[in-house]
Design a binder for this molecule. Structure first.
Ligand code: ADQ
Length: 765
């Protein structure tokens, strides 16, 4: 049945029923009233006629003059509507009559129905006879000597019935017309108001897949409703997707890609490659997993999604294993995706990687008190290399609207470069390190170029909302762009980029943790490697040798711990696994030397027999070794001075399926916002840090388990598949919206633009 018909039935029928009942009631009332009017009229006429002739009638009855009595009765019955009249004498015997008395109304027939004594007013009867309704009036006739008989006047009331019927039909007809008009009017008004409501809501709510636009200000009537509705829709969508899809896993991420994004291939761009091929001293080739949080997070995502990872080919044997397109299938033995290697000259690497990225942007973004160095020639290399990587990405994509994941501060200019070549691409840019506040960011001589480059993205992601806010503030301060704070987006030159927080994580279940030997075996092996007594206590730190990781502060905290808690001397050892990193940069070489000297000094200060408090393992370690140390530890100390997230903290949690061990974590990491059951410290505050280390070493097993369980549950839920999945789902929504709006035409494409919010900055701002 069509929708209109259903609407009519739903709204029109009840209305019709109510109006019909009203019509029936009104008709009955009209009928009743008119009958009473007619009856009263007829009764009055009959009484007047009898009263006028009463004396004459009495005299003729008394005298027995039937002729004269007949004449007098004839005068009474002259009215057309009088059917018959009669005079009844003693014992209700008919003395005279005119006309035809309907059966049942003769004097004799009425005798039994009338009272013996009758007052002056007489008796009235209204009944159906053969010809229709009749009105009979029986009135006493008397003279001074007393009653002499009764006069009977019978009126035809059938005309009243006919008029009543006509009137009733008229009333019902009038009601029917009114009912019909009211029904039609109700349906029309309802449809019209519904249409207005839905149009307004569509205009206001950018519903997922609805292609809605948020261009206009809501009408006053709708404003209070709008935020409630948006919240409700968002809540329902989140609940529905969480309930229907369950926890995030590699499989779910894969399905998201095939179902939501219809199997689109993902192209990742990251400076570091997930597998580095290195030449060994024996002339063979070995595969190395680089020490990089970005790789740790993204490699499982790539294994789940497939596609291409575009990266700098940095391994000494990288060129030997690629095909003619500079590609190699990985992971070795599983081959689920490809690495496309881009070769850089030494000069390019020096300017782009060591120079602008790591002497400029890295210290700019981290509050670790290292001065950024900005050189014009470095930025020129950065620009050049960004262009080369953008071209490599464009070579790898299939079709005009690919999904590209641009990773980190090495490629701030790439999103815009890809956008110029592929206007319909979905570009998700993720910045893995903190984003400095606007004032600090402004010291970069190419602040505007970096922001404009990033805003070529469809989505710009950071670990925390604070870094999103810093980015938006920088845009606000340095660019002429429009900011929509409600949608958390920036529109630059008609293109919208969403700015969102996606806290990164690690794979769960974690394959390195699952493949690791049982905890007692790990402990035995690590203790043997370090030459520790079986009852020793072990602390572990795992980092790239980077000044942002607070390794010096960590070793100083160990020194302070031993000063304050002498019973730990000879018993507690801190193993620092430190992968040399960016060693071409003087600042890093200096750090290397300082850390080594510090470890030496502390060890010399506390050395007792073969025991040393610090084991500095300055080397790259493959993941099995790292997980072995994490599983062997009593305490893991992450002391970053500033860190976007820090995945070592999460790896420690993943490694501890025995629910033992305590995490001491710097407040200045993104992870500290999530792993709140860790002992959170300020790494600069050596008193606080050493107290936390002592508390961790003395913590009862039950408390360790309680804290560890809570953190494991958190990382299990908020794993890296969820991180990638949320970004890809958001990307899918954007793609759908863009496809729909491109069908609507250019006039409706500029999403979210309201004139009033356009920021106009003074020249040179
Ligand atoms: P990173 O600065 O590289 O990452 P982090 O998140 O701690 O820092 O990850 C380091 C990774 O390297 C871990 O997987 C760890 O196991 C590994 N690693 C550490 N020391 C190693 C060693 N000696 N040998 C081999 N491997 C080692 C950047 C940001 C972080 C952010 C990540 C992910 O600086 O804040 O968490 O990206 O977004």
């Amino acid at each position: 049945m069509c929708r209109q018909m259903r609407t009519i039935l739903r709204w029109g029928l009840p209305l019709l029923a109510v109006l019909a009942a009203l019509a029936w009631g009104a008709g009955t009332l009209v009928q009743h009233t008119t009958r009473q009017w007619f009856q009263r009229d007829v009764s009055l006429r009959a009484r007047l006629a009898v009263d006028g002739a009463r004396e004459a009638l009495a005299a003729h009855v008394r005298s027995g003059d039937r002729r004269r009595l007949g004449v007098a009765l004839g005068a009474i019955a002259r009215d057309d509507r009088i059917l018959a009249a009669a005079i009844c004498g003693d014992g209700m015997r008919t003395l005279v009559r005119t006309g035809t008395v309907p059966s049942g109304f003769n004097c004799e027939e009425l005798a039994s129905r009338l009272p013996a004594a009758m007052d002056e007013g007489g008796v009235e009867l209204v009944e159906h006879a053969e010809g229709g309704l009749v009105h009979a009036l029986v009135m006493p006739i008397s003279d001074e000597a007393g009653p002499v008989g009764r006069a009977l006047v019978i009126h035809d009331l059938s005309f009243a019935t006919r008029r009543e019927e006509a009137l009733r039909r008229l009333t019902i007809g009038a009601f029917a017309v009114v009912a019909l008009l009211a029904s039609v009017l109700t349906v029309v008004v309802r449809r019209e108001s519904w249409r207005t409501w839905t149009e307004e809501l569509r205009r206001l709510l950018p519903l997922p897949g609805g292609g809605g636009t948020v261009s206009a200000r809501p009408r006053k009537l709708f404003r209070p409703l709008l935020s409630d509705l948006r919240n409700l829709v968002a809540e329902l969508a989140t609940e529905q997707s969480a309930a229907s899809a369950g926890k995030w896993s590699a499989e779910r991420l894969h399905h998201t890609l095939t179902d939501v994004l219809r199997g689109e291939r993902v192209v990742i761009l990251a400076n570091r490659e997930p597998y580095v091929h290195e030449r060994t001293s024996e002339g063979g080739v070995r595969v190395v997993h680089p020490a990089s949080g970005l790789v740790t997070a993204l490699e499982p995502v790539m294994r789940a999604c497939g596609g291409v990872w575009v990266a700098h080919g940095s391994g000494s044997a990288d060129r030997d294993v690629v095909d003619r397109g500079d590609r190699v299938r990985v992971p070795p033995g599983e081959e689920s995706y490809s690495i496309r290697r881009v070769w850089l000259t030494e000069e390019e690497e020096r300017g782009y990687y060591y120079g602008f990225s790591n002497e400029g942007l890295w210290p700019l973004s981290h509050m670790a008190h290292t001065r950024p160095v900005f050189r014009a020639q470095d930025f020129r290399q950065y620009e050049r290399v960004n262009r080369r990587f953008a071209e490599a990405v464009c070579d790898e994509v299939e079709g005009p609207d690919p999904i590209v994941l641009v990773q980190d501060y090495h490629y701030a200019l790439v999103p815009r470069m890809i956008r110029e070549r592929l206007p319909r691409a979905t570009i998700l840019t993720f910045w893995h390190i903190p984003w400095a506040n606007a004032e600090r960011f402004g010291i970069c001589p190419w602040a505007n170029e970096l922001l404009e480059g990033m805003l070529g993205s469809s989505i710009v992601g950071f670990h925390t909302q604070l870094h999103c806010n810093n980015f938006v503030e920088a845009v606000d301060r340095y660019l002429e762009a429009r900011i929509d704070r409600e949608r958390q987006s920036v529109v630059l030159q008609g293109r919208e980029a969403l700015v969102r927080a996606y806290p990164i994580s690690i794979e769960w279940p974690n394959h390195w943790a699952m493949e690791a030997p049982p905890v007692p075996d790990c402990r035995r092996r690590v203790f043997a490697e370090l030459g520790l007594a079986p009852d020793a206590l072990l602390g572990v730190g795992v980092d790239r040798l980077d000044y942002t990781k607070g390794i010096e502060e960590r070793l100083l905290a160990v020194e302070r711990l031993l000063e304050r808690f002498p019973h730990l001397k000879g018993r507690f050892t801190f193993a620092q696994l430190a992968a040399p990193s960016r060693t071409l940069i003087p600042e890093y070489r200096g750090l290397n030397e300082r850390v080594e000297a510090l470890a030496k000094r502390v060890n010399e200060r506390f050395a007792a027999g073969t025991w040393r408090p610090i084991a500095l393992l300055r080397a790259h370690h493959e993941p099995p070794a790292i997980f072995r140390y994490l599983r062997a530890a009593d305490v893991c100390y992450v002391s970053s001075l500033h860190d976007g997230m820090n995945l070592v903290a999460k790896e420690f949690v993943a490694a501890r399926d025995d629910e033992r061990g305590t995490l001491v974590l710097s407040r200045f990491t993104g992870a500290a916002r999530e792993l709140t059951e860790a002992l959170l410290v300020n790494p600069y505050d050596l008193e606080e840090a050493s107290s936390a280390l002592a508390a961790a070493l003395a913590m009862p097993a039950a408390e360790q388990a309680e804290r560890m369980r809570a953190m494991r549950a958190f990382v299990q839920d908020l794993n890296v598949y969820r991180w990638a999945g949320r970004m890809l789902v958001d990307a899918a929504r954007l793609r759908q919206r863009d496809r729909l709006s491109s069908r609507l035409g250019p006039g409706l494409r500029a999403v979210g633009e309201t004139e009033g919010e356009l920021k106009r900055l003074p020249p040179g701002a």
